[in-house]
Ligand binder design. Structure first.
Ligand code: AP5
Ligand code: MG
Ligand code: ZN
Length: 216
């Protein structure tokens, strides 16, 4: 099963991707996480990406497309994968179609998680992420048992550099301008499924499972 999770910043892509990974045993490919790893490691790519990420802008297509192309060739993607945060522009979507064609694969479903803007801001400013295992928390909606400590691995929780309110507003603007057109792109292909992202985490996951159960 080859999936794309589409949705604005803070819509719950990462949260749902992790639940899908557990249930369906296919890997999550998050371009955001991969770019943050590169930033942390201080690679050339990371240095370049950070300039864009800190402003809430998109990293140039060539960079992200290259990362995804390499990742999709890894053996753990044989049985399927979940793209989280990619594609984000029409150019990325077209590049993805082309690279999947070349390896004889296709996307089975694009899950579009919708959450209104004001709720998005509330979700993002209270998000905390585990430094060690990447688990995602929310100080109000899904708080860790102990403050600043990951329930799963004991790792330290941190707030992402791009999660300040003004950067979130910019990410929302960029989403509307550059990513929202993908909804129409995948609707035309007949593989778009809308999910109500305002439900609680399990409620959203139930909706996604409902969609996935009808696929094969
Ligand atoms: P990326 O990391 O992809 O960020 P994003 O798209 O802005 O999305 P987020 O990760 O912020 O949100 P999410 O949807 O994963 O929500 P989450 O599950 O964490 O990208 C970051 C940057 O990298 C970009 O700005 C860009 O610069 C660059 N980049 C990445 N990919 C790129 C690409 N393809 N091309 C170019 N540049 C790229 O949930 C959010 C919060 O809400 C959490 O606290 C969570 O606990 C809570 N929550 C989740 N679901 C619910 C629920 N149902 N109810 C209540 N709370 C919930
Ligand atoms: Mg995410
Ligand atoms: Zn952890």
């Amino acid at each position: 099963m080859n999936l794309i999770l589409l949705g604005g910043p803070g819509a719950g892509k990462g949260t749902q991707a992790k639940l899908i990974v557990e249930e369906y045993k296919i890997p999550q490919i998050s371009t955001g996480d991969m770019l943050r790893d590169a930033v942390k490691q201080g690679t050339e790519l990371g240095k370049k990406a950070k300039e864009y990420m800190d402003k809430g802008e998109l990293v140039p297509d060539e960079i992200v497309i290259g990362i995804v192309r390499d990742r999709l060739k890894q053996p753990d993607c044989e049985k399927g994968f979940i793209l989280d945060g990619f594609p984000r522009t029409i150019a990325q979507a077209e590049a993805l179609d082309k690279m999947l064609d070349e390896i004889g694969k296709k996307i089975d479903a694009v899950i579009n998680i919708y959450v209104p803007e004001e709720e998005i801001v509330k979700r993002i400013v209270n998000r905390r992420t585990c430094k060690k295992c990447g688990a995602i928390y929310h100080l109000i909606y899904s708080p860790p048992k102990e403050p600043d400590k990951c329930d799963k691995c004991g790792g330290e929780l941190y707030q992402r550099d791009d999660d300040k309110e003004e950067t979130v507003r910019e990410r929302l603007r960029v989403y509307k301008e550059q990513t929202e057109p993908l909804i129409e792109y995948y609707k035309k292909k007949g593989i778009l499924y809308n999910v109500d992202g305002t439900k609680d985490i399990n409620g959203v996951f139930e909706e996604i499972k409902g969609v996935l159960s009808k696929l094969s």
